[in-house]
Design a protein around this ligand. Structure first.
Ligand SMILES: Cc1cc2nc3c(=O)[nH]c(=O)nc-3n(C[C@H](O)[C@H](O)[C@H](O)COP(=O)(O)OP(=O)(O)OC[C@H]3O[C@@H](n4cnc5c(N)ncnc54)[C@H](O)[C@@H]3O)c2cc1C
Ligand code: SF4
Length: 485
């Protein structure tokens, strides 16, 4: 099936020996096999151009998918690309990592009719890669340069999409990020086998060439307060994402060998980028030869299990408290992990982590799904006397993320947050409780998706433009009335 062109390793690598050998030899077949023009045209031509474009409705960017599929099938690739990038700042990234099965492709009418979806994400990637190769992707060059500047905290997809949109309007854009590279979770969270890092670096370079100024290794709260930055810019955008690992309490949780998912993934990504990573090199965050147990059932857990497979783990197990049907992660990601030999231990929770000087096993109990809770989901209940133990040299906790305490970090108590700690922003204007300070992406929604971060960044840029324009009209009016007095 063509949807499976994306990336699959052969089934005979699924035994631990072969998997380890494959990982060590570095011969995973990761990168999207080249999507040939004929395949793209064939796929695009399968679109029935149905009256109600469910794919478009279910794309957070409302990409005009049917039209760019039609242009692709007619061989009018440049026009197809122009249309696809008109609503999406990073189509080659979404084409690769959107959970298509939950968004556009999952709602394709042909998929619903049982004939297999048009592989929209792959066509989107193909179009964008063709555009880069042919030189159709060019830096932004605004028609007028404006004197006003906007400061953006966070160089993840929300901040970057806003930066590009604001440059189009001619604003002077400054992006502040505490990391040393541009991209946020695109660089340090999402593994390179899903999103190659040079794809992100290429966009970062384009933004630089578009006139965006980046201040890297700059942590707001440490290197400047929010108040300092408000003095420097006409408006601010907070796009800092969510990074606080959710806590899990159980006996033995502090044992060496138990790690937070993001620490593990950041180390692996840094290693892949060629950095010196002492915690990887000394074996602490390297799964090679280990029995690994990942706890959690979301996409981050899937990234951890698949990374551990690639590092040559002896065994990789994923412990999740509900069943497969109720996993929060993309079913496609689960299928990928299963195909790569990950063992899923459904309906199980850890009770304790056991070991002498370091973790040696995870003690767990079986669960069953009881009556639905207030959210309508069946809540897991323990099965009496069902305790069991799994050998583990490494346990990775992938239980989700919460926001940091931004009002404290930014030394701005007037910045209002919700009871979950996400920044409160007016849903229409996207302005926070502080005048001229806007917010977008995960820090408003909670942990979400790249495509939603892009959407928020675009919307925030439009609202910032309206805000600055309205302020200018007000200032002009005030000056005129002073002059008239
Ligand atoms: C492991 C993992 C895998 C994922 N996989 C997918 C996927 O396959 N598909 C998908 O659609 N989504 C995926 N997501 C979700 C997606 O990455 C996020 O929803 C998205 O990156 C949010 O964008 P953002 O711009 O809001 O925040 P982020 O990408 O988190 O960027 C925030 C930026 O703000 C910076 N920052 C934070 N605090 C400060 C400060 N005080 N001063 C200066 N800078 C600061 C950070 O360094 C960071 O660069 C994944 C998430 C994780 C954790
Ligand atoms: S941005 Fe994501 S949801 Fe929208 S068309 Fe592209 S792959 Fe589908």
């Amino acid at each position: 099936m063509i949807a499976k062109m994306l990336r699959f390793i052969e089934l005979d690598r699924h035994t631990p020996d072969k998997r380890e050998a494959a990982a060590r030899a570095g011969d995973f077949d990761e990168i999207y096999r080249e999507f040939k023009p004929t395949t793209a045209a064939e796929q695009a031509g399968r679109c029935s151009q149905c009256g109600v474009p469910f794919c478009q409705v279910h794309c957070p960017l409302q990409n005009n998918i049917p039209d760019w599929l039609m242009l692709t099938s007619a061989g009018r690739l440049q026009e197809a690309y122009e249309l696809s990038q008109a609503t999406n700042n990073f189509p080659e990234i979404c084409g690769r990592i959107c959970p298509h099965d939950r968004l556009c492709e999952g709602n394709c009418v042909i998929e619903q009719a049982g004939f297999g979806t048009v592989t929209i994400g792959s066509v989107e990637t193909y179009l964008s890669e063709t555009a880069w190769r042919e030189g159709w992707v060019q830096p932004v060059s605004p028609r007028v340069e404006r004197a006003e500047s906007v400061g953006i905290i966070g160089a993840g997809p929300a901040g970057l999409a806003a930066a590009e949109q604001l440059r189009r309007q001619g604003y002077q854009v400054h992006v502040y990020d505490r990391y040393d590279r541009i991209g946020g979770l695109l660089v340090y969270g999402i593994p390179g086998f899903k999103l190659e890092k040079d794809v992100v670096a290429r966009r970062a370079d384009l933004l630089r060439r578009s006139g965006v100024t980046f201040h890297l290794n700059f942590e707001v709260g440490r290197d400047a307060t929010l108040a300092d930055l408000r003095q420097r810019h006409e408006a601010m955008l907070i796009a800092t994402g969510v990074y606080q690992a959710r806590e899990f309490k159980a006996p033995g949780i502090g044992l060496p060998g138990i790690h937070a998912a993001l620490d593990y993934l950041i180390a692996s990504n840094r290693k892949g980028l060629g950095d010196t990573v002492p915690v990887f090199e000394d074996g602490t965050l390297d799964a090679a030869g280990k029995d690994v147990v990942v706890i959690g059932g979301g996409d981050t857990a899937m990234d951890c299990v698949r990374t551990a497979v690639r590092q040559g783990a002896r065994s990789v197990k994923c412990l999740y408290r509900r069943d497969k049907q109720n996993m929060p992660g993309s079913q496609r990601e689960v299928a990928n992990a299963e195909e790569e030999g990950v063992d899923f231990v459904w309906l199980s929770v850890p009770d304790a982590f056991a070991g002498d000087k370091k973790i040696e096993s995870v003690r767990a109990s079986r669960m069953y799904l009881g009556v639905p809770d207030a959210t309508g989901r069946q809540s897991p209940q323990p099965v009496e006397g069902s305790a069991f133990s799994l050998p583990a040299d490494m346990a990775i906790m992938a239980l989700g993320f919460d926001p940091q305490d931004l009002p404290a970090l930014f030394q701005t108590p007037a910045l209002k947050v919700t009871r979950w700690g996400t920044v409160k922003a007016d849903f229409r204007t996207m302005m926070t409780s502080l005048d001229g300070v806007f917010a977008a992406g995960d820090i408003v929604r909670g942990a979400s998706l790249v495509v939603w971060a892009i959407r928020d960044g675009r919307d925030a840029a439009a609202q910032i433009h309206n805000y600055i324009a309205a302020r200018q009209v007000q200032d002009k009016g005030a000056r005129a009335s002073v002059a008239a007095e």
